[in-house]
Design a protein around this ligand. Structure first.
Ligand code: JFZ
Length: 596
């Protein structure tokens, strides 16, 4: 009897525990939902990288130092004692917080994320924790973060902080400075976290009013417990303050993509991409590789079409001015957004898991926005839209667009044809708005596009490899680390216009031209035919969504598809040629119709 009673007792305890845990989970999830609300609505923010590194601006002792500007202390291995001297010269008298907020607002950015302390360890606000800060260590003596907080309040822009929690090149216990303190084993990272990071985060969340989010960065040596501790500290002071994914160990409120990367496919999580306007974050006098407004608008749209936020950087000078090319670009994005904001702010991702050949799609309940980058000669044709369109019009001028919708049951194909005017209303991104019932309904299967091409993107392939081993999909949607010939991919797809096709393998070069490996032999099995092909360099081309990673095309052979229907394709390597462990890096397999 006592045994039975005990059993029941245990059961009762475990039930109570389960309820308590799931209750805690729901409230934590509810709190997260609440704090992310404004951020999901915003979709677009302005990043500011500003610090002592703006003085050398990429040059040290007469040498131009390659790499990103805010890393100059590390790249040039500048001793702390020397780098500290920069503080004595830092006097950004032209700094005007209202002007910076005006630049953000001119762009339509809803939040500002500013470097409160970057890896160089210098606090850009008045800190009681460390004298190494802008108020105590510079002739400027003002607290620009205080001024910015007030200006953001006036301007209705959310203020957020970047804070480097792991790397601190100014502190012996911080991570990263191996030139002043080469013996890494002597570091006590936990002590640095307690003595500097936590007290400074506390200051930032106590002295500057409500903070939208803290953008932690480069987690590196931080442990899971430490990341969690930092996240909990933020939420304990300001429960509505969001914590970025780079706090480490997946414990943040949202994920951060790699710099300048735009995630692909259907992303079922909150994510954000930080992007440079030229090639640096912190100001560099010799970097004038500015992206055009058209590219920036396209990146913003592409990010939103994939459910993410776009955080676009400016790097002010040591005088406190945002460079003119940045000011101009911000204003140009804003001019476009003033007309098209409903397709961006608060907009939801494309209903298609892949991109369409002519452009991108964003949505809202009852609306679809077609961002037409390749303006067609006469009509724009879309395959796979099941929602009934009530009305179509150009977002820029509200002019109606004539359309027809048809459905071919025999091949299960829905076709929308839009009769567009000869010239696009906007040189950067012209939007056709569709009124629909509720959320957009589409056929999500891979299918032939109106131009006859079938694109089998790598990230939608079925992967045949031992789980957790071998190849993987990276955040760009590319299958990489394909080094073993046992690993293979397959796809299902729909052909609606049969014929002869050239099979093209699109592969990717490594970042910044860091190499590409080819010569692999592959077998492609589809429509009852087998192609023995090889991955060769038949042409290198720019990658439209990411200029860091060029594409390489390889023609594998030809297939004939006799009739419309559903097909399957297997891609299996026969050999992988690798010296540098790059292997096969696949973007997509394309079936391109052969011109008759
Ligand atoms: C980090 C910083 O080191 C850099 O100075 C800048 O602040 C940037 C926004 O963030 O750099 C990173 C961090 C992560 C990746 C790349 C660069 N990443 O995940 O690809």
């Amino acid at each position: 009897m006592s045994f039975a009673r005990q059993g029941i007792g245990l059961l009762a305890v475990s039930l109570a525990l389960t309820t308590a845990t799931s209750f805690a989970q729901t409230t934590a999830e509810q709190a997260r939902e609440k704090r992310l609300q404004w951020w999901r609505e915003a979709r677009f923010g302005m990043f500011i990288h500003w610090g002592l590194y703006a003085i050398p601006a990429g040059e040290w002792k007469g040498q131009l130092i390659p790499g990103i500007g805010e890393w100059i202390m590390n790249r040039a291995k500048i001793p702390v004692a020397e780098y500290e001297q920069l503080a004595k010269q830092f006097n950004p008298v032209k700094f005007n917080a209202d002007q910076w907020v005006a630049v953000a607002k001119s762009a339509g950015a809803k939040y500002i994320v500013i470097t409160s302390k970057h890896h160089d360890g210098f606090a850009m606000y008045g800190s009681r924790v460390s004298k190494y800060n802008i108020v105590d260590a510079t002739p400027f003596r003002r607290d620009p973060i205080k001024e910015l907080a007030a200006a953001c309040q006036r301007g209705g822009v959310k203020l957020c902080f970047y804070y480097s929690q792991t790397q601190d090149w100014h502190e012996p216990d911080g991570d990263g400075n191996t030139w002043d303190w080469p013996d890494v084993s002597k570091k006590n990272f936990a002590r640095y976290l307690e003595d500097k990071v936590k007290p400074q985060v506390r200051e930032l969340l106590t002295n500057y009013g409500p903070i939208g989010l803290i953008w932690f960065d480069t987690p590196r040596v931080i442990t899971a417990e430490q990341s969690q501790g930092l996240r909990d500290l933020v939420h304990s002071i300001q429960p509505d303050c969001i914590v970025s994914g780079r706090v480490g160990h997946g414990v943040g409120d949202y994920d951060s993509a790699g710099d300048n990367q735009i995630s692909v496919g259907v992303v079922k999580r909150d994510w954000e991409t930080p992007v440079t306007m030229n090639d640096t974050w912190g100001f560099k006098k010799d970097d004038s590789n500015w992206k055009s407004p058209a590219v920036l608008i396209k990146q913003l749209t592409r990010t939103v079409s994939r459910g993410g936020n776009y955080l676009l950087n400016v790097g002010p000078t040591a005088e406190g001015l945002i460079p003119q090319p940045s000011v101009e670009r911000m204003a140009q994005i804003g001019a476009w957004l003033r007309v098209n904001s409903e397709a961006v702010n608060g907009a939801a991702p494309s209903p298609f898991p892949y991109e369409l050949p002519w452009g991108l799609i964003t949505t809202r309940t009852g609306k679809m926005y077609l961002h037409v980058f390749e303006w067609p000669k006469n009509e724009l044709v879309i395959h796979g839209l099941k929602s009934k369109v009530g009305k179509a019009y150009l977002l820029a001028n509200k002019n109606t667009v004539k359309f027809t919708q048809s459905s071919d049951k025999a091949v299960d194909l829905d076709v929308l044809r839009l009769q567009l005017p000869a010239t696009p209303p906007d040189a950067n991104d012209s939007i056709v708005a569709l009124e629909i019932e509720g959320r957009a309904q589409v056929d999500t299967s891979l299918q032939q596009q109106p131009d006859g091409t079938v694109t089998l993107v790598a990230y939608l392939a079925e992967m045949h490899n031992a789980p957790g081993q071998g190849m993987r999909v990276d955040s760009r949607g590319v299958v990489e680390r394909w080094l073993r010939k046992e690993d293979w991919l397959s796809w299902d797809f729909k052909v609606t216009g049969p014929g002869d096709f050239e099979v093209v393998l699109v592969t990717s070069e490594q970042k910044y031209g860091n190499g590409w490996e080819g010569g692999h032999r592959v077998t492609l099995d589809t429509a009852g035919q087998q192609i023995a092909g090889a991955v060769n360099n038949d042409g290198r081309e720019e990658n439209p969504s990411d200029n860091y990673w060029p594409y390489v095309r390889s023609k594998a052979g030809r297939v004939k598809v006799d009739k419309a229907g559903r097909y399957h394709l297997d891609l299996k390597p026969e050999s992988i040629e690798t010296q540098r462990k790059l292997g096969l890096t696949l973007v997509s397999v394309m079936l391109v119709p052969v011109a008759k």
